[in-house]
Design a protein around this ligand. Structure first.
Ligand SMILES: [Zn+2]
Length: 235
């Protein structure tokens, strides 16, 4: 699998010559390799008010969400995660970065910590979509990427369809802070990075793990936030 993926990536420029860039949502021909057509751009829904996530022990955690999860953002995420459009990480990160505050020059920059994948899923997919976003955000000056600060020890099933208690039971002990990162996170601002924020159960598990290191502040950055009134399967 991995060999095949590497092969596909190595011939990508050739593929681009034969197959010109397409809108990641509707498939219309576009100029740039990592973009959306104008029509799809206009259907992205940007949260007007910065939302917050209730997390035990940390109060409300600010959420920097680029968009609400709708048909267009769902297609973007699917193309990015499962459709081999890894270059979309730049577009998604750019939209997230636009929602994040400028780092305060007088303090160390925030640490950008991605939601971890279990190693089997990482092997299967070939990349952690949240880690790529954290690295892009770091390149855009939004902080320092710490891609291995959180570790997923347990393989968890799709959380869609589970009740709140059940989700928390499944996630218990699943995500922990890497002991080698505890000192690094202490007293620092930490931004948890994910592609999609669904029920918030996974984010809460990550925030609880990060909080154990006693950081200064915790925030959450994601590309698409599922509206609380809607329930989607984990894409
Ligand atoms: Zn389009």
């Amino acid at each position: 699998m991995a060999v095949m993926r590497d092969l596909v990536r190595s011939v990508q420029p050739l593929v681009d010559l034969v197959y010109p860039p397409r809108c990641a949502s509707c498939g219309a021909a576009i100029a740039a390799q990592d973009g959306l057509c104008l029509e799809c751009w206009s259907t992205l829904e940007v949260p007007v008010i910065a939302p917050e996530l209730g997390a035990a022990g940390k109060g409300l955690v600010p959420i920097y969400a680029a968009t609400y999860y709708n048909d267009t953002s769902r297609k973007l995420v699917l193309a990015y995660k499962h459709g081999g459009r890894i270059a979309l990480s730049q577009l998604l990160a750019r939209l997230i970065a636009a929602r994040m505050p400028e780092p305060d020059g007088t303090f160390p920059p925030p640490l950008l910590v991605p939601v971890p994948l279990h190693r089997w899923r990482l092997w299967h997919r070939g990349f952690n979509q949240a880690a790529l976003l954290a690295q892009e955000l770091a390149r855009m000056g939004k902080g320092e990427a710490e891609v291995s600060a959180l570790v997923r020890y347990k393989r968890t099933p799709n959380l869609g369809g589970l009740g709140r208690d059940e989700r928390e039971r499944v996630l218990r002990g699943a995500i922990r802070l890497d002991p080698a990162h505890v000192e690094k996170l202490r007293g620092r601002d930490v931004v948890l990075v994910d592609d999609v924020l669904t029920s918030g159960a996974t984010s809460r598990a990550c925030i609880a793990a990060i909080a154990a290191a006693q950081p200064a502040r915790i925030a959450l950055a994601c590309f698409a936030q599922v509206d609380a009134d809607h329930r989607f399967e984990n894409p």
